[in-house]
Design a protein around this ligand. Sequence first.
Ligand code: OXD
Ligand code: MN
Length: 600
Amino acid sequence: MNEKITSWLGEMRELLAPTDVIWIDGSDEQLAEIREESENNGEIIRLNSEKYPNCYLHRTAENDVARVEDRTFICCENQSDAGPTNNWVAPAEMYEKLRGLYKNCMNGKPLYVIPFLMGPPDSRFSKIGIQLTDSRYVVLNMAIMTQVGKVATDALGANGDFVKCLHATADLDPENRYICHFPQDNTVWSINSAYGGNVLLSKKCLALRLASDMGRREGWLAEHMLILGLESPSGDVHYVAAAFPSACGKTNLAMLIPPVQFPGYKVWTVGDDIAWIRVGADGRLWAVNPEAGFFGVAPLTSKKTNPNALASIQKNTIFTNVALNMDDNTPWWEGADTPEPENVVDWRGNVWQNGEHKNSDTPLAHPNSRFTAPISGCPCRSTEWANPEGVPLSAIIFGGRRAKTAPLVYEAFDWNHGVYVGATMASETTAAASGAVGVVRRDPMAMLPFCGYNMGDYFVHWLNMGEKASQPPKIFHVNWFKKGDDGKFLWRGFGENLRVLLWILDRCTNKIGARKSAIGFLPNKEDINLDGLDITETAINELLSADVQSWREDIAAQRKFFEPFGEKLPREIAEQLNETEKMLINSTENVGVGFSGEYS
Ligand code: OXD
Ligand code: MN
């Protein structure tokens, strides 16, 4: 037994006072037993075993349905190390407050100990954590999202280090809900929530917030990125990583099915949410997905939007806060392929019969309802998912949800400009975090809620990674969400996004040219394959251009966002901003930054 575990566990037992300690060994038998207990206690509901074998539904408390950024803290010694974008409390003060809340909170309940491995076994990328929890739902989810039990304890050995993760459901008091990170102690403490993003501590807490800080110290990156492999008809596979804010389509892009006009192309999913990225011996950047499952947004998942995700969630899946079709005991959500059920239980547990819900305008599934499904069930899973070396990246893509400002795609001039493009990313907010939906907020590299240290230092680290990599990937920005004056999306998205990926890869392999503009290289229209796509000339012109006036307004917003970083904002980023502003001043209103007018 690893002594570090014994002494930590002893201390935690004394604090939490559980009745019992149960070690998760990862065996099918043990997990089956826990599922049965959860079912008997009403924590999970078994779904139709023929249509959805080994699938369950869970409902969280009504006030506990999303990540709580205002209750999430980085507790390092100096506030300046957490930076202006993180909530901060000194570690001693936070530990003391939380100890009070944890004291005896597992009285009458067992404590589950979950050793978990993130990343392929025997890989320089991998990290080990141990999560303590009083929630069987958390145990079952962790067993999908990570590799739990023996595989982790074997990797840990007698002396290995691990991240200490503590979660307690306590009484779900939102006023005392805390998600706290202690980077100097490799520790996460979470209390009074049972929603995935707050309690599956492997995910946002370890694999992003703590790992980003470890990555800075150890010379690698932990990013909020999907990883996919794009295979061409000749069999070559190129890998790209893409960062979009939560609920902006990372899972859909990672599992894309090419349109019929592109026979022989295939997309292979390496990961849909997190990438750990290191410089390889060849000077390229190599990436692994540290997770073993998907914790995806259910609403709008359908045969049309993401058939691969749909196939992945037909078995061995836990659904959270979706609706339940009472007629056949199957899950349902807005945007599903089947019509709204007549007899249905909504995500809150309210029963609606004989179609009576159809007069209501509240959704049946929560907009942030989720599925937890193992990557092993994904039909387009990449064989490289478990490669201990990871996959080499040809491109990094940043993206957001912008109705107006950003074009469909553009390429950064070079690495440093790409870091500036990532640092100035912005997106309209979604339901994945509590708070208003649809408000534009700046979200550098989609890491605003997940960077575990000062974001000014994070930008420096990104710039340094470009120096360390002699063959860094090219950097791009995409926006699938641009709207026309009629308020409708200009681009169909989903499978059609392959056309943009192909332009990106053609740029990476130097097959085509592009037009230099103030914001980056924009595509020549004829270089994006639009075969068989029903799109007007006006729409494509609008998609491939950017409006100077709204971009100038954006520059002002970027400056404002950077202000609180003060001295920490790297000079290179400030220079890129000034340079872009200068180029925008020289662009005339009519020409636009790209080619408005060019094709009219
Ligand atoms: C997620 C998120 O759950 O980003 O992946 O909120
Ligand atoms: Mn995410």
